[in-house]
Design a protein around this ligand. Structure first.
Ligand code: BGC
Length: 244
């Protein structure tokens, strides 16, 4: 069965139908740049364009880069503050909406690197911000927001996100040092048995992972940057009646 997943990121909004039996995209994904300012109506318009592009009429799952509880947005660190309090599910025409890192994590634990893993597993996504998804024996603790832990008196994502690497023109090695320090802090708090690194940088893991020393295994996301789309589709499929 194919379900449409849409991933709202700081720079692009990406969507594709997902084959839920395999976790693979059933068609080429469509990416549209995130409108600026990323206000609710402007973003909803892009979400609508993606749904229309695929001529899709079934359930839709959408990720959002903030805290989401029962489809309602509760925080907006990297999007316009007017999102706070918005019922994004209704705004997106009845979609299921969830935090972007949570969606990516669920997809990774089902189809990617975390498949079948028990114990404490942490997925961290490095992009415009830092997102987190925490699992215990495969069960998600939603909205953990570990990108906002404080490091050197700052939000961790203001020191170690991929956006900061680009903006400050940091070498991969220098950036890896910041990421290592952040991972050390997170590992001290949660003692995970595995850390999965997601977001756009997961495609370039060979550039920074060799510079990171930590006594916890760290792997790049198997689904790379598609994990959000896949996780969004999985969340939407949960609303469907079971197949008969
Ligand atoms: C947001 C998180 C989000 C992360 C990655 C953070 O700034 O607070 O909700 O998961 O960015 O997009």
């Amino acid at each position: 069965m194919n379900v449409l997943g849409i991933d709202i990121g700081g720079s692009g909004i990406k969507g594709a139908p997902v084959d839920l039996a395999t976790g693979e995209l059933a068609a080429d994904r469509l990416r549209i740049p995130t409108p600026h300012p990323a206000k609710p109506d402007a973003v909803a318009e892009v979400v609508g364009q993606i749904v229309a592009h695929f001529g899709y009429t079934g359930p839709v799952g959408v990720t959002f880069p903030g805290i989401v509880i029962d489809n309602v947005v509760k925080s907006a660190a990297n999007v316009h503050h007017s999102w706070i309090g918005v019922d994004a599910g209704t705004l997106f025409g009845g979609a299921v909406v969830l935090n972007d890192a949570d969606a990516a994590g669920v997809a990774e634990l089902t189809f990617g690197e975390g498949r079948g893993r028990t114990g404490t597993v942490l997925m961290l996504t490095f992009g415009t911000g830092i997102g987190s998804a925490l699992f215990v024996d495969g069960l998600l603790v939603p909205n953990t927001e570990l990108g906002h832990l404080e490091l050197h008196g700052k939000d961790a994502e203001h020191r170690a996100s991929d956006r900061v690497r680009e903006e400050e023109d940091l070498s991969w090695e220098k950036w890896a040092g910041r990421v290592e320090e952040y991972l050390r802090h997170v590992a001290m708090l949660f003692s995970p048995s595995l850390i999965i690194i997601g977001g756009g940088v997961s495609k370039k893991a060979e550039k920074f992972l060799p510079h990171i020393r930590l006594d916890v295994p760290i792997v790049p996301a198997g689904l790379q940057n598609q994990a959000g789309i896949v996780g969004a589709a999985m969340a939407a499929a949960k609303k469907l009646p079971p197949p008969r």
